[in-house]
Design a protein around this ligand. Sequence first.
Ligand SMILES: Cc1ncc(C[n+]2csc(CCOP(=O)(O)OP(=O)(O)O)c2C)c(N)n1
Ligand SMILES: [Mg+2]
Length: 372
Amino acid sequence: MSKPKTKTQPKPTPQAAGAAAYEGAQDEMFQLVTPEGTAPQPELLPDVPTRLKLYRLMRRARHFDERAWVLYRTGRMGVFPPYGGMEASQVGTAAALTHDDWLFPTYRDTGAALTYGLPIPQTIAYWRTSPHGWAMPQDLKVLPFYIPIATQYPQAVGAALAEKRKGTRNVAMAYIGDGGSSEGDFHEALNFAGALGAPCVFVLQNNGWAISVPTRTQTRATNLSRRAEGYGIPGVRVDGNDVLATYHVTLEAVNRARNGEGPTLIETVTYRVKPHTVADDPSRYRTDADTAGWDAKDPVQRLRTHLLAEGHLTEEQDAAITREIEAEFEAALQVADAFPEPTPAEIVDHVFAEPTPQLVRQRAQIMAEEGA
Ligand SMILES: Cc1ncc(C[n+]2csc(CCOP(=O)(O)OP(=O)(O)O)c2C)c(N)n1
Ligand SMILES: [Mg+2]
């Protein structure tokens, strides 16, 4: 892969403490649109329909995130890990896939799964802990959201190697957090994929925090993309709040993988402006000074400013997008609300394709206790 040529130095953040003081956050990273919405290298931008598509997908992902909060507060959603502020990191990467490719998301990556094509009603059901959300649609190669940290990485390598053995050009994309990249599974997967030339795209979302642990205390490494060097594979560091940049570098990585040139690690430098989950209270471990400055880098606002300034979007068109996205979500919510109440026994369904004898016994026991 040709390394992106643009070398934009982000402005140093003012804070002396907190995750944003993590030295790596000031390292060189690939950027196409500045926080002010200007694009110094217009020749590298995707065409206007693609820019508008990515904008719409980010707005759609953000709307889900915002509605999930409200639904949680009103008792209509389970514990949900928000990703608001990380849309460019998730949408720009997932949008580079086709439905023949695999997506391995973590609990943080609802925005990526929606972009890939997971239906909204099912996604709502999943975060309601309803069995209607557990079985992924048979026609989508998306795995259920991984809660155990880093386990998805070796599994994605397995899926990628299977595609390679079958002689397809399909790739597997797997997400992980900064915290997850300290786990053994992360390192084993990168080595395994590099050694065997697996068509994998590893997306490492560095959002500054692993629950209450800032990246700078998680590791002495100051640039997580450089971990790729240890495994002999390309590593790219990209502004994770610039969707045109994440899309650009991911397309390159996907094409490399399709062409048999092996895996790539992409570090998206972003920030978890929201709490770890809707049930978390970040004031227990970080201050406003820690998060100051990140609102100005908001990925949705950045592309909006760019599109308005370039004349590719009007306020009226933007308002129409808002209405369409709201209507789509409310219709999906009605579908999710109409799913039948799960029975307690369903808790053991969808665990294995063929249930184990133990699960069959447990299911019968639950049914008997429920008088069903
Ligand atoms: C194997 C394993 N260990 C510990 C946990 C508990 N845990 C849940 S989220 C989390 C932090 C992960 O941080 P990061 O990888 O940066 O992802 P983020 O939440 O920032 O998206 C931990 C340690 C877990 N789910 N799985
Ligand atoms: Mg993190």
